[in-house]
Design a protein around this ligand. Structure first.
Ligand code: MOS
Length: 690
């Protein structure tokens, strides 16, 4: 045991599991292959809407090594209360193209895949519609767009205020469907021993997977163990339990074997959620000094007919700037599309592309510097709830970012910085994301040696460094060096904890870890050796007093080749106010990664629902392009010291998502500054810049 005098919290500690990861010793779900494992391969529907009228499996089952083909006719029955998206193989109805309609199981992966190809399905087709338009006849208003968020919010007479504003803009922005595509595809290895189910699964939170499987299979959660030690990314697509884990458990039950199912990459877009496309009309009105008098942000988006999820793109607009009158609305068309869901900063990310592009247009209309325009519209209270912010340092982020980036004496004129065929420009955008914590439990224990501690909590490390940061939080609370703490996460038989999502993981888990460690320190003098904590009451008591948001400012420099229309991002620089940063190394990695994803969204990521066939045209990494290393030149992420006493015990706001918010707008604004071309439809394509 080595000890160090270095404080654990705030240290740039390397990931505890880094050696395992770089040497390939870390085992992800699909790396588990117990002896006798069988393999499953899904069969996707080839119609977008209809009913299965015939299934022929004889050819598939005649292949050597074939074990079974599960279909709606013979698959194990799930609870009738199953979430519609998870009620897989329960009915002959097809609601979107790519829906899994059968599962082939065999001795080898190759045989399972060959079987899947040999399964023949007949369908009675029904007409389908997958095309989102502004004036779709099926538009409706959702009942709510998130926890407690109404779809529509109207304050004052925003229409009249806009019409009367001396400076105003109106613009419509469009973002296509986007796909999460984590590096590690969704995978499960399942086995039943009697009525006990054990699953190695790739997810963002295995407590919820365990509870969901218990409901689906009608057994107590204690009879299910979900193990998720290492996760290769999720970006929201593994936040809720997905069909792969249900299918693996069904196949294991049906065959009495250990069954491994790794979703093929081509299945991910249809099965694991996507960011729904949005059409966003923004109207901003301001007085001659650039102070907003009216903010209107109207969002049109789609949702699947299977279960409703609304890409709540106008919610950040309610909280970001001071404004006396506003109108923010969401309209949803239910289409025959795959189920859409969370993708990194759902709502905030697409919404802030529109709002922060519009703010750039307003700055030009008002003759104001875009940083100055944002500073003039800063607010100490949340315009939506009327609550004071627990802390708000947007202005500080903008000022520090401007300084670090070299924004001063920027010539606002577009299309004047030319070197040969190259035009350069710079742009800025603000960012915000809610700072939440949700209830969690944890346990802390001192080992018999009296100097080693074990902390147990079912947190998930999806590549973020969560395991490391929680060990730091525990060591800090216990007053010991980090290597005196053993941290156990990633199993559903550990104390229950929320998923890694909504940027609330670290804030939620660290709260429970600190509470358990403090309770242990209290217990030790009385002979105690372990303590548990539950933060439900603490979090409920803290709620509703403050508006809690993280903030940031994003700066971009682009270079556009006027001969090819190619836009290159030369520099991205973000400054964030995210509460206390527990580990600068993993925090920087989160922020830089999210900014790279925002760059990717701005320049490359694009998906199309094929109107004739009803499926996504881009289903693999050859056709769905995202940023590669060569696209990402210099990305810098900085933060300001933010001490917020109104959050949990460590003052954490969370930072998994804010880095993607505003990035695409900063880039599009820089492209306008470079070229004079305003790109309102993502991604930025060369043909639009020529
Ligand atoms: Mo994130 S989209 O909440 O996993």
């Amino acid at each position: 045991m080595t000890t160090t005098s270095r404080p654990a919290l705030g240290a740039p500690a390397a990931r505890i599991e880094s050696r395992e990861k770089v040497t390939g010793a870390a085992r992800y779900a699909a790396d588990h292959t117990p002896p006798g494992t069988r393999y499953a391969w899904p069969v996707p529907a080839t119609v977008a809407k209809g009913e299965i009228t015939a299934v022929r499996t004889a050819a598939a089952l005649s292949l050597p090594g074939a074990l079974a083909v599960l279909t709606h006719a013979d698959a194990p029955r799930l609870s009738p209360d199953a979430e519609p998206d998870l009620a897989v193989l329960q009915s002959p109805q097809v609601s979107y193209r790519g829906q899994i309609v059968a599962l082939a199981i065999a001795d080898t992966l190759e045989t399972a895949r060959a079987m899947a190809a040999a399964v023949e399905m007949e369908y009675a087709r029904q007409p389908h519609d997958v095309t989102l338009t502004e004036d779709h006849p099926g538009l409706h208003t959702p009942e709510q767009i998130g926890v407690g968020d109404p779809p529509d919010r109207v304050r004052g007479d925003a229409e009249a205020a806009w019409a009367a504003a001396p400076v105003r803009i109106e613009a419509t922005y469009r973002i296509p469907p986007l796909h999460n595509h984590p590096m590690e595809p969704h995978a499960s290895v399942a086995v039943w021993e009697g009525d006990r189910l054990t699953v190695h699964d790739s997810n963002q939170g295995s407590t919820r997977v365990q509870q969901t499987l218990a409901g689906l299979f009608g057994i107590p959660p204690e009879q299910i163990t979900v193990i998720s030690e290492h996760i290769g990314g999720g970006f929201g697509s593994k936040g809720t339990p997905r069909q792969h884990v249900v299918l693996a458990a069904m196949a294991a039950r049906h065959t009495g074997r250990t069954v491994k199912l790794v979703l093929p990459r081509q299945c991910l877009p249809a099965i694991t959620g996507h960011r729904a496309p949005t059409i966003q009309r923004v109207r901003l009105g301001a007085d001659r000094d650039g102070r907003l008098t009216s903010v209107c942000h109207e969002v049109v988006t789609h949702s699947s007919t299977v279960s409703e999820f609304v890409e709540a793109a106008a919610i950040s607009t309610r909280v970001l700037y001071a404004h006396p009158a506003s109108r923010t609305t969401h309209r949803v068309t239910l289409l025959d599309v795959p189920v859409n869901s969370w993708m990194r900063a759902p709502g905030e990310c697409p919404g802030m592309f529109a709002l922060e592009s519009a703010m750039d247009e307003l700055a030009l209309a008002a003759g104001l510097d875009p940083v100055e325009l944002r500073l003039r519209n800063d607010t100490a209270t949340d315009p939506d709830s009327g609550l004071p912010f627990s802390s708000r340092h947007l202005a500080e982020c903008l000022r520090e970012g401007a300084l670090r980036f070299g924004w001063h004496d920027r010539d606002p004129r577009p299309a004047v910085r030319r070197q040969g065929p190259l035009l350069t420009g710079t742009g800025v955008a603000a960012a915000t994301y809610p700072a939440r914590a949700v209830p969690s439990t944890a346990e802390a224990r001192v080992e018999p040696d009296g100097s080693t501690y074990t902390v147990r909590i079912n947190a998930s490390d999806i590549g973020t460094g969560a395991r490391t940061v929680l060990a730091q939080a525990a060591a800090d609370t216990l007053g010991v060096a980090m290597d005196c703490v053993r941290i156990q996460i990633g199993r559903s038989d550990l104390p229950a904890a929320p998923l890694a999502g909504g940027s609330h993981g670290t804030a939620s888990w660290s709260w429970a870890v600190v509470k358990a460690c403090r309770a242990l320190l209290d217990a030790i003098p009385r002979g105690g050796t372990s303590a548990t904590a539950d933060t439900t009451d603490d979090i409920n008591a803290a709620e509703g007093k403050y508006a809690q948001q993280a903030f940031g400012a994003q700066f971009a420099e682009v270079q556009v080749d006027t001969e090819t229309g190619e836009a290159r991002v030369r520099r991205l620089l973000g400054v964030f106010a995210v509460g206390r940063v527990l580990n600068p190394r993993t925090a920087r990695s989160q922020l830089v990664g999210a900014m790279a994803m925002g760059l990717s969204m701005a320049l490359l990521e694009d998906s199309h629902l094929d109107p004739a066939f009803g499926d996504f045209a881009e289903r693999d990494l050859a056709s769905y392009h995202f940023a590669a290393c060569a696209d990402v030149r210099g990305i810098e992420a900085h933060w300001i010291d933010e001490d917020d006493p109104h959050l949990g015990p460590l003052g954490v706001k969370g930072l998994g998502e804010i880095g993607i918010v505003g990035t695409a707008a900063a880039i599009a604004n820089a492209v306008h500054h470079a070229t004079g071309v305003r790109v309102r439809d993502l991604p930025l394509r060369p043909d639009t810049l020529l």
